[in-house]
Design a protein around this ligand. Structure first.
Ligand code: GLN
Length: 189
């Protein structure tokens, strides 16, 4: 199975390694033509404002929006900010792939980055995972069709609606492939 990783900026290689270790073929997505033959896409962590600028420069914004509207898409941290319906702190444009409101940098500055044990909900079918949060956003509101999979304390940190997955933490930076396996399971045709 061919899986795309948006490769404009940010943490691309750790996702590629996890995907390859599970037998997937990785396509680095930089231009519209890279979307042609992939079963799903990961939007990695990094800096969402920088990604937005490069998406426009590469004329990829509209085509990525169309792809993520219907096809399996997983946004990690900055990628989650790109896929959310509404972004605050400050407000910025997004691809509006999932009915979630997200607040940028909501845990504070880089030095406030941390690793936390996550709480599995009954909807999470895999082993528990721990969460690396790096200048992470916080999910502030979710629509009625959004399912919470993992929480940190009481708040959602991984959610899903249809074929769209968001995590505000970085599963590519911890051991194990539970979250990558979960995403691959709904990239199957
Ligand atoms: N703070 C970044 C942003 O707002 C996200 C950080 C990350 O992806 N680790 O885009």
């Amino acid at each position: 199975m061919r899986i795309g990783i948006l490769a404009l900026q940010g943490a691309v290689e750790p996702h590629a390694e996890k995907l390859r270790s599970r037998g997937a073929e990785v396509v680095e997505v930089r231009l519209t033509r890279d979307l042609a033959d992939i079963a799903g896409i990961i939007l990695p962590g990094g800096e969402s404002t920088a990604m937005i600028k490069i998406l426009h420069k590469n004329k990829l914004w509209e085509d990525l929006k169309a792809f993520t509207a219907t096809r399996p898409s997983w946004g990690v941290c900055a990628g989650a900010i790109l896929l959310a319906r509404k972004v605050t702190s400050p407000e910025q444009a997004s691809l509006d792939a999932i009915d979630v409101e997200i607040e940028r940098n909501a845990f504070g500055r880089q030095k406030d980055s941390f690793i936390g044990d996550l709480v599995s909900t009954p909807s999470w079918p895999k082993e528990p995972v721990s969460g690396v949060f790096i200048r992470a956003p916080r999910i502030r509101a979710t629509g009625p069709d959004v399912q919470v999979l993992l929480k940190w304390g009481d708040e959602p940190v991984m959610v899903r609606s249809g074929k769209t997955l968001l995590s505000t933490f970085h599963p590519e930076l911890t051991d194990g492939t539970q979250v990558h396996d979960y995403f691959l399971s709904f990239c199957q045709p």
